[in-house]
Design a protein around this ligand. Structure first.
Ligand code: ZN
Length: 197
């Protein structure tokens, strides 16, 4: 259900869940894999029974974000088109803060390491979101050479503390990876992203 960068953090999560009466197990994907280097980037997973998932997220204080399938697809396709440069865009959210629409925009940096959203498109997306009864509540970009976690530049340029930050990672297992983060005052917290089918 949740991926941690190191084993110790996963073990702490399991202990916290146990204190709340939730049984959890740790899976380290590089254990026994055919290609340990490949699996390593998944990190360490903490898993609970499906019926305990809601309670477990609450116990660990992990925010959950549900992304409609077509919104996720738009982000993945945009990342594919922009490759080998980073793709970028804005996410419109509904009144409850749930992602509802992805604006796929131009990265004026044309870089594989950074992005800047074309300013006129940024403004246009804000106006369009308003017209759709939505508001811009997040930003997404792709990482083409590094893991799908915020880079120091991403943290520095995070801007609005209310925004969700989505990063599309390298294609693994034939499926692109989508991770979400809150970046507030330089502190990064991962949210749990579920893509609705
Ligand atoms: Zn980045």
């Amino acid at each position: 259900m949740q991926v941690y960068p190191i084993r110790a953090e996963a073990d702490i999560a399991v202990a916290r869940l146990a204190a709340d009466g939730i049984h959890a197990v740790v899976h380290q994907d590089d254990e026994g894999g055919l290609n340990p280097g490949f699996f390593k980037r998944y990190g360490v997973r903490v898993e609970v029974a499906a019926e305990d998932a809601e309670d477990a997220f609450e116990s660990l204080g992990i925010e959950r974000v549900f992304v409609p399938g077509d919104v996720a697809t738009a982000m993945f396709r945009h990342a594919g088109w922009a490759h080998p440069h980073e793709a970028c865009g804005l996410i419109a959210v509904d009144g409850a803060g749930k992602p509802a629409f992805a604006f796929c925009l131009t990265n004026v940096d044309e870089s594989e390491q950074r992005f800047t959203i074309e300013p006129v498109e940024h403004y246009g997306a804000m106006r369009l979101a308003e017209a759709m009864g939505l508001r811009i509540g997040g930003v997404f970009h792709s990482h083409v050479r590094s893991e799908a976690v915020p880079s120091p530049t991403d943290v520095e340029n995070a801007g609005d503390p209310d925004w969700l930050h989505f990063i599309i990672g390298l294609v693994v297992d034939a499926r692109p990876l989508l991770r979400g983060f809150r970046i507030v005052g330089g502190a990064v917290t991962e949210v749990s992203v579920s893509v609705d089918q």
